[in-house]
Design a binder for this molecule. Structure first.
Ligand code: NAI
Length: 255
């Protein structure tokens, strides 16, 4: 019987956007479960900080400063895992950005940037990571509740996350034969720097934003650690017959 104890022992994992929020919590959890982790982020010092916390806990981590919208950077991240840790088994495509705006107010360049960081990145990381997963592997892409149901004042973000959810299904079908599972995790509001930045973009006081209960039947936002547990489940062998699925972790917000 497989359990989640030491679920990733001996595995090599890449976490993008690992300097903050959900990515950092997942990198720490992966390491606690036995993985060697490559922490990639456009925020180099932040990635170093996460890798330092992992090392302080006695596990192995390498920080890489990388922009996941860049093909060369994505290739370098994968190469770092293979050359630094001898292989690759898991990939968490988590880096993302949001612009809280309607189509009328959103700049064309802002649309392109959201699509590049949220969607092109998933294609690029998979393009380079899958050939490196020679023993099979598990990929988790970060969608969003808004990628499934839509939401107001975030037109590019909603489009980008819907693309991630359906790209995940396509990747799952294409690479199942190679022993590679691909799923998406779809968080609802999660208390991270991104969520607090959203309140700023909407010019809303954080307390008022946090108190808005429309999407939160449980009366609170999720924590990064709660999302990380779902990512661990989809990455570990305990979910060996799950691929192409969109797992929602939102405290009932879609219900
Ligand atoms: P965060 O802002 O705390 O962390 C995102 C990380 O991605 C940051 O460290 C940032 O530097 C990095 N990043 C941004 N652009 C990058 C690039 N071009 N290349 C490499 N790294 C880059 O945000 P959070 O909340 O932890 O978000 C993580 C993922 O979860 C994102 O994909 C987000 O869309 C998704 N999500 C978050 C929700 C929330 O309520 N916080 C809800 C649903 C989905």
């Amino acid at each position: 019987m497989k359990t989640l104890e030491d679920a990733l022992k001996g595995r090599v994992a890449i976490v993008t956007g690992g300097a903050s929020g959900i990515g950092r919590a997942t990198a720490l959890l992966f390491a606690a479960q036995g993985a060697k982790v490559v922490v990639a982020d456009i925020d180099g010092p932040g990635a170093e900080d996460t890798a330092g916390r992992i090392a302080a806990g006695g596990a192995d981590a390498i920080a890489v400063q990388a922009d996941v919208s860049s093909p060369a950077d994505c290739e370098r991240v994968v190469r770092t895992a293979v050359e630094g840790f001898g292989g690759l088994h898991a990939l968490f495509n988590n880096a993302g950005i949001i612009r809280r705006s309607t189509a009328l107010d959103l700049g064309v360049d802002e649309w392109d940037r959201v699509m590049a960081v949220n969607v092109r990145s998933v294609f690029l990381m998979c393009k380079y990571a899958i050939p490196a997963m020679t023993e099979g592997g598990a990929i988790v892409n970060t969608g969003s509740g808004w990628g499934l149901k839509g939401g107001g004042n975030a037109v590019s973000y909603c489009a980008s996350k819907a693309a991630v959810v359906n790209m995940t299904r396509a990747l799952a079908i294409d690479h199942a034969g190679a022993g590679i599972r691909v799923n998406s995790v779809n968080p609802g509001d999660t208390d991270t720097p991104m969520l607090r930045d959203e309140a700023r973009q909407l010019r809303e006081d954080w307390a008022a934003f946090a108190a808005d209960a429309a999407d939160r039947p449980m009366g609170r936002a999720g924590t990064p650690e709660e999302i990380a547990q779902a990512v661990l489940f989809l990455t570990a062998d305990t979910s060996s017959y799950i691929t192409g699925t969109a797992l929602v972790v939102d405290g009932g917000g879609l219900a």
